[in-house]
Design a protein around this ligand. Structure first.
Ligand SMILES: Cc1cc2nc3c(=O)[nH]c(=O)nc-3n(C[C@H](O)[C@H](O)[C@H](O)COP(=O)(O)O)c2cc1C
Length: 349
């Protein structure tokens, strides 16, 4: 049987026998205790991809479903939060990118309506963390170094997400996940969530056994029934392996000097595209043109040269081989990880 000392600080309590699971306990950790959910799985807040349907499905399945608050007007964000039914064993959060934060109104709206408000891609800011707490939410910060994890805790954060360079989307630091996780665990005492390259039960079990309190999953959730990603983007993910991804600064229009991991094919397609615009995305009654090499990934509302847009993908992409409901992803990751951890424990004692 696992105990806290055997498994590191991520696990909240002694593991029960797999034959006698505690009622409603999917895989209890310090993260599930803190957030008040059943599954130690956070879906990444992904602009254009993380729909309210996706966040709601993850929350209903017991995880932490995330909306993107990036460039969303505060009244629209409030309406998105209102649209999510509170009918599951999970919770909902809102993700913001620091370079796009203007004032605190959207953060206040998020804090009033969500369990977690999370910031990424900027130095941890105690004043912003205070805004989150005053609104009644937990404050998370996604970081790219152990030093930044410590700064997030010093700023008052309740948990940190450590992002390894395997991650899809924008990548903050220069260290792969497991060295980063180990270094962060030495420096902070809040729950640590592992992000980057995680898409299978074995990945989840390994992260939890290494001391993470939860995993944060992006690319795997892009290929789900509730994802807002364009079908051609999803098809490209299903066909790709980890080696087809590239860490680049190619898609820098709207957000320069920010490395990101994409499928290498979209860099080639954008370079070959004739013209300054690659397509349009519908926003209600209006349409916004998408410049070549812009940061916007193609959603279901996007038209144009989809393959030439930012097709964000983590090294996890090689394990993404089918489109399934988001709840199945949560269930498969948690149940599979639980079974593996039990097996590893049985063979180690
Ligand atoms: C399509 C996509 C969009 C993303 N957008 C954001 C974002 O808006 N904010 C953020 O904090 N992270 C974003 N990320 C990064 C994730 O938070 C996370 O670090 C990453 O997905 C983990 O790696 P994985 O994709 O291999 O699971 C995005 C990732 C993807 C794949």
């Amino acid at each position: 049987m696992f105990t806290r000392s055997q498994t590191g600080p991520g696990l909240a309590m002694v593991w029960g026998s797999p034959n006698h699971p505690e009622e409603n306990d999917m895989l209890p950790t310090r993260f599930t205790d803190l957030v008040g959910c059943l599954a130690p799985v956070q879906q990444a807040g992904m602009g254009g991809v993380a729909t309210t349907e996706l966040a709601a499905a993850v929350a209903r399945a017991g995880g932490l479903g995330m909306l993107s608050g990036v460039m969303v007007p505060p009244p629209a964000l409030a309406a998105m939060l209102d649209a999510i039914p509170h009918d599951g064993d999970g919770a909902v959060g809102v993700n913001f990118l620091m370079p796009f934060i203007q004032g605190t109104e959207a953060v206040e709206v998020a804090a009033a309506g969500a369990r977690v408000v999370e910031l990424f891609y900027g130095g941890p800011d105690p004043a912003l963390v205070d805004v989150v707490h005053r609104g009644g939410a937990l404050a998370f910060w996604q970081v790219g170094s152990a030093h930044e994890a410590r700064a997030a805790v010093d700023a008052g954060c309740d948990a940190v997400v450590v992002q390894g360079t395997e991650a899809g989307g924008h990548v903050r630091g220069g260290t792969r996940l497991f060295p980063l996780l180990a270094a962060a665990l030495d420096l902070v005492d809040v729950p640590v969530i592992a992000a980057g390259g995680i898409a299978t039960p074995r990945h989840v079990a390994t992260a939890l056994a290494a001391g993470a309190s939860a995993v944060r999953v992006g690319t795997r959730f892009v290929a789900t029934a509730e994802s807002g990603a364009h079908p051609a983007y999803v098809d490209a993910l299903l066909a790709a392996d980890a080696g087809d991804t590239v860490l680049t600064e190619a898609f820098s229009v709207m957000w320069p000097n920010a490395p990101h991991r994409v499928l290498g094919s979209c860099i080639d397609a954008a370079a070959a595209h004739d013209g300054d615009l690659v397509g349009e995305v519908g926003l209600g009654d209006e349409a916004m043109s998408i410049p070549r090499f812009a940061i916007i990934p193609p959603s279901r509302e996007t038209t144009g040269d989809i393959g030439a847009m930012a097709l964000y993908a983590g090294e996890s992409v090689g394990s993404v081989t089918s489109v399934v409901p988001a709840a199945d992803v949560v269930r498969e990751l948690v149940e599979g990880a639980e079974a593996l951890l039990s097996t590893w424990n049985a063979t180690s004692t």
